[in-house]
Design a protein around this ligand. Sequence first.
Ligand SMILES: NC(=O)c1ccc[n+]([C@@H]2O[C@H](COP(=O)([O-])OP(=O)(O)OC[C@H]3O[C@@H](n4cnc5c(N)ncnc54)[C@H](OP(=O)(O)O)[C@@H]3O)[C@@H](O)[C@H]2O)c1
Length: 269
Amino acid sequence: MDSDTPQAGARAGRLAGRKALITGASRGIGRAIALAYAREGADLLLTATRADALAAVRDECAAQGARVALHCADVAQRPAVEGLVEAALAALGDIDILVNNAGVYRAARLVDCSPEDFDRVMQVNVYGAFHVLQLVLRQMQRQRRGKVVNIASSAGKWGSMNQAAYNASKHALVGLTRCAALEMAAHGVNVNAICPGFVQTDMFDEFRVHAEILGVPFERVIEGAIARIPLRRALAPEEVAALAVYLGSAESDGMTGQSLLLDGGMLMV
Ligand SMILES: NC(=O)c1ccc[n+]([C@@H]2O[C@H](COP(=O)([O-])OP(=O)(O)OC[C@H]3O[C@@H](n4cnc5c(N)ncnc54)[C@H](OP(=O)(O)O)[C@@H]3O)[C@@H](O)[C@H]2O)c1
């Protein structure tokens, strides 16, 4: 543990005493979840590929009183994920909550998408989630308890232009969530997913390529996207974090196998 703040269990909050592994914690939605979990009393193992950004989030979480360990890993690399889960168990003892959040986006028309780009999106968003999920579920099965929060996307529920690889990867994550939930229910482990719509993060900027493909100014594309949202706005990462706290806490003990849309009403299915 990098922080010498109070022992686990001594802090208050909806996640007091829980130990959480959060991937993609260096910025955006993952950072917001790390901060919310720290505020609610959890101890954390944070991971991403960039050490500098991760260290900054560690300091913010430690300022909330959380005990925080860091371990950099590319989730697409199985040996790196094995090292990550070993590091998490060494630092935390158990893993009560896994937040599978690391993800990448590539905009391209399906007919132009290179096999390399398609592969990279699948490697990070599907295989990465699978590697972490499988190794952590083995541990949760032994513990006979646990919560998994997969960060999928509204793109896992419908079709959208110029992002076939991303949509396919998020549909896969929704499927993985259901199958894991079915197999793990008897072991006391809940597995759910959040499907955010538009969230203001660095990933939002990747839409510039989408705008180029359409031949429409970026601002017009964003206006068009917002116009399709009944609440008429993008979400803040903190709003996704609030749902991730619920799914990581005992409050959601009765829920498993769900992929919850959090998108300002963009999709009503
Ligand atoms: N923003 C949205 O509108 C939106 C909507 C729906 C769903 N989502 C999903 O929400 C999740 C977080 O997205 P975000 O918007 O917060 O994106 P972001 O700001 O681009 O952050 C992505 C995070 O994933 C990490 N990451 C990327 N590739 C990785 C790899 N190979 N191994 C380990 N970590 C990796 C990044 O860390 P490093 O750079 O240090 O590697 C970073 O911490 C993603 O799964 C995304 O698909 C986002």
